[in-house]
Design a protein around this ligand. Sequence first.
Ligand SMILES: Cc1cc2nc3c(=O)[nH]c(=O)nc-3n(C[C@H](O)[C@H](O)[C@H](O)COP(=O)(O)OP(=O)(O)OC[C@H]3O[C@@H](n4cnc5c(N)ncnc54)[C@H](O)[C@@H]3O)c2cc1C
Length: 394
Amino acid sequence: MSAPTSHFDSLLNATREISTSVATQHAADVDAQARFPSETIAALRAAGVLAAPVPQRFGGAGCSMQQLALLCATLGQGCGSSGMVLAMHYNQVACLVRHGAEDTFFAQYLRDIVSHQILLASMTSEVGTFGDTRSSVCAVERQGERFVLNKDATTGSYCAHADAILVTCRRDADAASSDQVLVLVKREDATLTQTTTWDTLGMRGTCSPGFRLESSGPAEQIVPGTFADISAQTMVPYSHILWSALWWGIAADAVARAAAYVRGEARKKPGTVPPTATRLAEVLTQLQAMRSQWQSLAQAFDDIADHPEAEQELSGMAWALRLNNLKIACSDAAPQIVHRALQILGVLGYKNDSPFSLGRHYRDVLSASLMISNERIAAKSASMLLVHKDTLGI
Ligand SMILES: Cc1cc2nc3c(=O)[nH]c(=O)nc-3n(C[C@H](O)[C@H](O)[C@H](O)COP(=O)(O)OP(=O)(O)OC[C@H]3O[C@@H](n4cnc5c(N)ncnc54)[C@H](O)[C@@H]3O)c2cc1C
């Protein structure tokens, strides 16, 4: 699935324009106030960017993974928090597209995402599960045609600003912690009580405190299938690839600031190459390598996504390892790239009130290794490698 070039180009142009104008203009204030980037999300909504993953048969653009990744990378250059909100939203929409589109209720909901430019948030984290998305304490309770679902989430990005939240939980009160389903909870059917604060180093505009959720709704809002399949076949691929693209966008803007500085230095002494130009060339190598990593996996995903064997392949160890490697590699690379850009800029990059400031970029990318802890991901890879012998085929 991919959007026709003309449709995608118009979405990319709109996103580029929003990134360089609205997102850039408000990024410092969003960061300073730890407030939701409402101007940017409103502009994305008005330009129809929020429905980019919805297939054309439901009125959306039907963007591929490669196309969505480019949109996230583009927005991330203007404001890291806005880019992360877009990446998380796309991930949730993709879950409904890939696991709900054949269901009458969700087919209509996908049309609603297009017509109302609905913003979706995610609640996988929970008090008591220690960052393991594949385990839940809470359970959905079915009462006839309706469900009741209450959850104590440790971290819920922009939940207070979203139109609906996709919530993980156990299938029923007797189910094991890993026997999970995904439930669409509409904002009007939910009571959210904020339980913790979100005064963080970076990604401050994602507004991600803990929430106590109390909700109910029609049982048809339980996404068909198991969360085990949704996680392996959609949520993990989309999160790791789109997050990597967005972290690249933040790093790319840091390098762009360093490049502008180096060119300014060169103009001061025509005919000479400033020493910082060599460091710029070196950091560009790392930036390009990072881009190739997420682009190649996005392309590999698009190559198999619509094939009949995709479900089996994506649920296999080879894909899990490739995605784990991508997430760890890109979340390690982004802070290194920003750090190297800072060495080029020196104190101009260190100052908060300079046009070359990298404070926000640096703090934002530090979240990358924590957002699903790299240690946790590496531990899962380590146990897979004990049985997966084809390490060269990854
Ligand atoms: C910017 C941001 C936005 C987020 N948005 C959302 C959201 O919208 N919805 C949501 O549900 N969640 C969200 N999260 C939460 C996220 O998904 C994780 O649940 C959370 O980051 C994990 O928290 P933790 O580090 O306390 O937990 P853990 O993963 O338990 O890690 C705690 C510590 O244990 C270590 N550790 C864990 N496992 C191992 C292991 N196997 N071996 C060695 N050490 C290990 C880690 O390195 C870490 O030091 C967000 C997080 C961030 C940073």
